[in-house]
Ligand binder design. Structure first.
Ligand code: BUP
Length: 451
């Protein structure tokens, strides 16, 4: 039986797809180990890891104990999650002895994209095939692998990044740190890792041929970067935990009537913007379930909901909405029949979950890859992206405008049908028979054969 290890990085957006992939691999004849960087930055990660390993006792956990960093300070400008990736990167030399000690010897390692440049030399020296799991869209991958070739001179003065055979990507869609003059961890992260991807044995993307066909064809056709290994669309990764009851409140709402509002695990909106959002939700007249987040890192979040959105807003949202400030299993919410729309920051996992459950999306990108992912939302007909809203934290979006866009989404029957079509494609690609449970995805199954 071949032994495969997976190495995720920092943040729920990176950890969740790794856990889903590992769970899928249990359907194959493989021994599976997950190397988990320790400690995690968020409480959500440590909790999901405990839940995962008790649900999948056949998967082994090995901890990579992170070294404290003396000579890198986490400036207030830097995202704490990028800082944590840097902590993992600087501890990655410890992997050499850890990987060699695994028994039986590894047939392959699957590494998070953010650790490409630091881990490839180690697996190269140990002769272990190393596959990179890119935890965002294939469209974002086209930028990720191109940026280093144009970063210095060629982008200067241009409005967009021109990638052969694809529509140009406007610079206004780039993750903002990429356009800063000063050095920053995100810029280094994309430049270094994008450059080294050609040395990996393959790249896996949590996407579908049928929704990102153009990007995938360009990536695999040698049109963007020569020598890029095969990019495999492994399909949208299905949930890995048993479904449980999300909230009794949802059970009492009519089918398709509720807008679910969440901006992911690492976006904290300003108080002012939260109050405009609350105002918009009250004005729109639709029912809503709103997950409020006040701090980027959940461990630092110690305020009550009333303190964050104010008593007055708390009172006015009660009539049609439910507002919470704690972690809810998003999969369980998106799969609930009462949910008919999703106001989302467009983290790639949230989008793949919306696709998997056929829920239309109102895109409000906040940072990072989210504008590029929002472009995918529009292209495939999953939802609406109001581009004038700009990045989170930059421009204030007024409640009235939010209310108008929510109404546009929730009243759009065509979008509802298109979202259901996306869901059907995702389920078919996952090999799910009608009413059945076969989860052996074809591309993944072929890959496991090579191990
Ligand atoms: Br918040 C929240 N429950 O309450 P993304 C998130 N999630 O299950 P992000 C919950 O966290 P990056 C909650 O289902 C998704 O799988 C959600 O990942 C889950 O966004 C994950 O959507 C969040 O990719 O990460 O957290 O901003 O920036 O890395 O994409």
């Amino acid at each position: 039986m071949s032994h495969i290890a997976l190495l995720p990085s920092s943040g729920m957006g990176h950890l969740t797809p790794f856990l889903r992939l590992a769970a899928l691999l249990t359907a194959h004849d493989l021994k599976i180990t997950i190397i988990t960087p320790y400690p995690t930055i968020s409480l959500a990660e440590s909790q999901i890891l405990s839940h995962f390993f008790s649900s999948f006792p056949q998967i082994r956990q090995v901890k990579l104990y992170l070294l404290p960093l003396d000579n890198v300070s986490s400036s207030s400008e830097e995202d704490p999650f990028y800082y944590h990736i840097e902590v993992i990167r600087r501890s990655s030399h410890l992997l050499s002895s850890l990987l060699s000690s695994l028994s039986p010897p590894l047939a392959a390692l699957i590494t998070d994209m953010s650790l490409t440049a630091s881990v490839l030399p180690i697996t190269g020296a140990l002769n272990i095939p190393n596959y990179i799991f890119f935890t965002s869209s294939a469209k974002m991958l086209t930028l990720f692998i191109s940026f280093h070739t144009k970063a210095n001179s060629k982008l200067y003065g241009m409005d967009a990044l021109h990638i052969p055979t694809l529509e140009p990507i406007p610079k206004s869609w780039f993750p903002p740190p990429l356009l800063q003059d000063t050095d920053n961890l995100f810029n280094t992260y994309i430049t270094e890792n994008g450059k080294e991807m050609t040395k990996s044995d393959g790249i896996l993307v949590n996407t579908l041929e049928s929704i990102e066909q153009e990007s995938l064809a360009a990536l695999n056709g040698g049109k963007i970067i020569l020598g890029l290994p095969s990019v495999t669309a492994i399909g949208l990764l299905p949930p890995c935990f048993e479904k449980c009851q999300p909230l009794a409140w949802l059970d009492n709402q009519p089918t398709g009537s509720v807008l679910y509002v969440s901006f992911g695990s690492r976006t904290a909106m300003s108080r002012e913007q939260l109050r405009e959002l609350g105002d918009g939700l009250v004005r729109c007249g639709y029912r809503f379930l709103w997950v409020v987040k006040d701090k980027k890192v959940d461990r630092e979040d110690d305020k009550d909901l009333e303190d964050v959105i104010g008593n007055e807003l708390m009172e006015s949202v009660k009539e049609r909405g439910l507002v919470v400030k704690h972690w809810l299993n998003q999969e369980n919410i998106l799969s609930h029949p009462a949910v008919g729309g999703f106001l989302s920051h467009c983290g790639w996992n949230s989008l793949t979950e919306a696709m998997w459950h056929g829920v239309r999306v109102l895109a409000w990108p906040q940072h990072g890859d989210q504008k590029i992912n929002s472009a995918v939302v529009e292209k495939i007909g999953l939802g609406i992206w109001e581009m004038s809203w700009g990045w989170g934290g930059k421009d204030m979006v007024k409640g009235q405008h939010i209310a108008e866009k929510v109404s546009e989404l929730m009243g759009n029957e065509l979008l509802r049908i298109k979202a259901v079509c996306v869901k059907e494609k995702a389920r078919a690609a996952a090999g799910m028979e009608p009413g059945g449970t076969s989860l052996k995805m074809k591309a993944l199954a072929e890959l496991t054969e090579t191990w």
